[in-house]
Design a protein around this ligand. Structure first.
Ligand code: GLU
Length: 287
């Protein structure tokens, strides 16, 4: 499977967001990461990705840990909770800002759509049309004035400039070999949201480095996000972990498991009388 055998220096992690109960897809992802680490004699970490205070709930944080323990997983303490580490994300933003790689973006979603329409379209990114760069060309004076009047703003990466500074990049995708990183894949991505002083991309990249993660395992749906993560690692002088994006589990009708599938949460299965050992065949893993 891997040209580079895992060793006792391998560190993997499972990084759920506490926005709901864990379902079978999460069980697969958690066991995938934990087994690689355990089989290699390495370390397995749990990280709670709770930057989105509006959507994350402490009761889901507790439920995640309870359900993973029920499943038989063990992880190193302490659990890293992103909401407790905002200063780390701030430091990363400061570094990028000091290198003039960030700019404030005042646009609302509606303004972005209107601008894309006016321009007759925009290049497509993995999550829809790319940001048209409206605020990239504001003058320093305009930025200052709008910030001073209390207008809300996000911080975006100047992706073209970031790509130039970083130079050619790739990441090692186990089973698929080196993947060429495209710094423009997500356009001028948001690194600090208007409502949260960081973003998924910035927090994940910072944390994987600070926690010494050597192998990032996660679902195939996050493969594209790795373009941003690899770029940020280069800009922030962080080590590049290896990656292994795994398949996504689907139900009988071929739909991905999602938080809406209440009957397939670990909690519901447990309450219906299933034992942890019943879960493995459900997700196609051996005991
Ligand atoms: N928190 C993300 C999620 O629950 C996973 C992040 C990652 O593994 O990089 O989808």
């Amino acid at each position: 499977m891997s040209p580079i055998a895992e060793t006792e220096s391998t560190v993997t992690r499972f990084a759920p967001s506490p926005t709901g109960l864990l379902h079978l897809g999460h069980a697969y992802s958690a066991l995938f990461a934990q087994r690689i680490a355990t089989e290699a004699g390495g370390r397995f970490l749990l990280r709670i990705e709770d930057i989105d205070a509006g959507r994350c709930k402490p009761e889901f944080d507790a439920a995640i840990q309870e359900d993973l323990a029920w499943l038989g997983l063990a992880w190193e303490e302490p659990v890293r909770r992103q909401s407790e580490h905002m200063a780390d994300y701030r430091a990363a933003l400061d570094r990028l800002a000091a290198e003039s790689l960030l700019y404030p973006c005042f646009c609302t979603r509606k303004e972005i759509l209107t601008e894309i329409e006016r321009a007759g379209g925009a290049p497509q990114g993995p999550e829809g049309p790319l940001y048209p760069g409206t605020c990239r060309t504001l003058t320093a004076e305009e930025r200052r004035t709008r910030i001073a009047t209390g207008e809300a703003y996000a911080l975006r990466l100047d992706a073209a400039e970031a790509g130039r500074r970083a130079g050619p990049l790739s990441w090692d995708e186990i089973g698929r070999g080196p993947q060429v990183c495209d710094p423009l894949r997500h356009g001028d991505v948001v690194l600090a949201r208007k409502d949260v002083a960081t973003s998924y991309h910035l927090a994940v990249t910072t944390d994987d480095a600070l926690q010494g993660v050597t192998l990032v395992t996660r679902g195939e749906d996050l493969f594209e996000a790795t373009h941003v993560h690899r770029l940020l690692q280069a800009l922030l002088g962080l080590p590049a972990p290896r990656y292994r994006h795994h398949r996504l589990l689907t139900d009988e009708s071929g739909r991905r498991f999602a938080k809406r599938d209440q009957s397939l949460t670990l909690r519901a299965l447990r309450e219906a009388g299933h034992a942890p050992s019943d879960i493995l065949p459900m997700i196609g893993l051996d005991a």
